[in-house]
Design a protein around this ligand. Structure first.
Ligand code: HMG
Ligand code: MG
Length: 305
C-alpha cells in the first residue's frame, strides 16, 4: 500500500520524556523546550501530566508549565489526566486549559495496577466521567493504551486484549487512541496485529503509534504502521523518556530519527529537522548528556566537520 502523504507527530518529550528523570528540571527549562518544539514546527505537544506528585514528582509543576507557555496558534497542547481530580486541576484556569486530555489505560492488568493503582475495569470507570467532562468543555480526548506489544510483568500480550481495551475506550467516548509499546519489545508484525485489533473500534485517522525504543525496533515498527496507513505517531525529542512503572524501558523513539525516516520517504511532517536537532541539544545539555538519537548525533557531527 502507498505511504500516507503526511504524518502528524505529537512530541511527548516534555511529558513522557522528562517524567522519569531523577533530577528535578525547572519549569523554565520545560517551557523553553515546548517553545523550541513549536518553533521547529511541531503542531502537537504533550506537555505534562496531572498525576500524583508523590508518584511522579517531576510532573509536580504541571500548572506552572502550562501557564508559562506562549501558545502558538495552530499548536495543540495535551496533558495526561488519570481521574477527575487531575482533570479539574488541568482546567482550573483558562490560562492553563489544554486542547486535549489523555486518559491512560493498559492492555495488561498487572501494568494497570502498577501504573495507576487499579484494574483495567476500574480505570475505565474512572476515565468515563473525565471523558464526559472534557467533551462538555470542548476539549478533545485521547486514550493511551500501554503494553499493547508486551508487559514488563505479564510478558506477551495477545492482540485480542488490545482490541478489548480499544473497545472499552471507544465505549466511553475516547476519540482517538495510541497503540503504545511501553517497554519497546515489539516487532513489526506484532505492531500490525495490535493495530488490526484496534482498527475494529477506531478508524485509521484515530489511531497513533507510540513506540519506545528499548530493543531498537521503533523505526521498523513505525514503518510497519505506515504500511497500514497509520499517519499519527508519538515520539520524544532527543529520544528522552521512559515510564517510572516500566523498569528497564528506555525512551521513546527520537523525533529526529522519525522525521528523518519520514522525510526520506517523501512524507511531509511540517517539521524543520535542523531546528528540532537544536531543541534536542538544548534539553540534552540541560540534562547533562548527549541526545539519544542517531540522526541528531550524525547531524551534529556533520555541523562540526
Ligand atoms: P491512587 O493512590 O489510587 O489515588 O493513585 P487515590 O485517589 O487513592 O489518591 C491517593 C493520593 O493521590 C491522594 O493524596 C490524592 O489526593 C492524590 P493524599 O491524600 O495521599 O495526599 N491524587 C492526585 N494528586 C494529584 N493529581 C491527581 C491525583 N489523583 C489522586 N490526578 C493515581 C491514582 C493515578 C493518581 C496514581 O496512581 C498516579 O499518580 N500514578 C502515576 C501514573 C503515571 O503518571 N504514570 C506515567 C504516565 S503513563 C505512561 O508513561 C505510559 C504512556 O507513555 C504510554 C506508554 O508508553 O505505554 C502514556
Ligand atoms: Mg510512553
Amino acid at each position: 500500500m502507498k505511504f500516507p502523504a503526511q504524518v502528524r507527530i505529537i512530541d511527548v518529550g516534555p511529558r513522557d520524556g522528562l517524567q522519569n528523570e531523577k533530577q528535578l528540571i525547572s519549569a523554565n527549562v520545560k517551557i523553553e523546550l515546548v517553545h523550541r518544539l513549536q518553533a521547529a514546527g511541531l503542531r502537537e505537544i504533550e506537555v505534562t501530566s496531572y498525576v500524583s506528585p508523590k508518584w511522579v514528582p517531576q510532573m509536580g509543576d504541571n500548572a506552572q508549565v502550562m501557564a508559562g507557555i506562549a501558545r502558538k496558534p495552530g499548536v495543540s497542547y495535551s496533558v495526561l489526566t488519570p481521574n477527575l481530580k487531575g482533570f479539574e486541576a488541568a482546567v482550573a484556569d483558562v490560562a492553563i486549559k489544554p486542547h486535549e486530555i489523555v486518559v491512560f489505560g493498559a492492555a495488561s492488568e498487572a501494568f494497570s495496577q502498577k501504573n495507576i493503582n487499579c484494574s483495567i475495569a476500574e480505570s475505565i470507570e474512572r476515565f468515563a466521567p473525565v471523558v464526559q467532562a472534557a467533551k462538555a468543555q470542548g476539549i478533545a480526548v485521547r486514550g493511551a493504551m500501554s503494553c499493547t506489544l508486551g508487559c514488563p510483568y505479564e510478558g506477551e500480550i495477545a492482540p485480542e486484549r488490545v482490541g478489548y481495551l480499544a473497545g472499552l475506550m471507544r465505549g466511553i467516548g475516547v476519540e482517538r487512541v495510541d497503540v503504545a509499546d511501553t517497554i519497546g519489545v515489539g516487532t513489526p508484525r506484532k505492531v500490525q496485529r495490535a493495530f488490526e485489533a484496534t482498527l475494529a473500534h477506531f478508524s485509521i485517522d484515530e489511531v497513533s503509534g507510540h513506540f519506545h525504543d528499548t530493543y531498537g525496533q521503533a523505526l521498523s515498527n513505525t514503518l510497519a504502521a505506515l504500511q497500514m496507513g497509520v499517519w499519527n505517531f508519538q515520539s520524544s525529542v532527543a529520544g528522552l523518556g521512559g515510564c517510572p512503572y516500566a523498569k528497564g524501558a528506555t525512551g521513546n523513539v527520537s523525533t529526529e530519527d522519525v522525521v528523518y525516516l519520514l522525510h526520506g520517504l517523501g512524507i511531509d511532517t511540517g517539521i524543520d529537522l535542523e531546528a528540532l536537532v537544536d531543541a534536542g541539544q538544548f534539553i540534552s545539555a540541560a540534562l547533562g548528556r548527549k541526545p539519544n538519537s542517531r540522526v541528531a548525533i550524525a547531524l551534529i557531527n556533520k555541523r562540526l566537520s
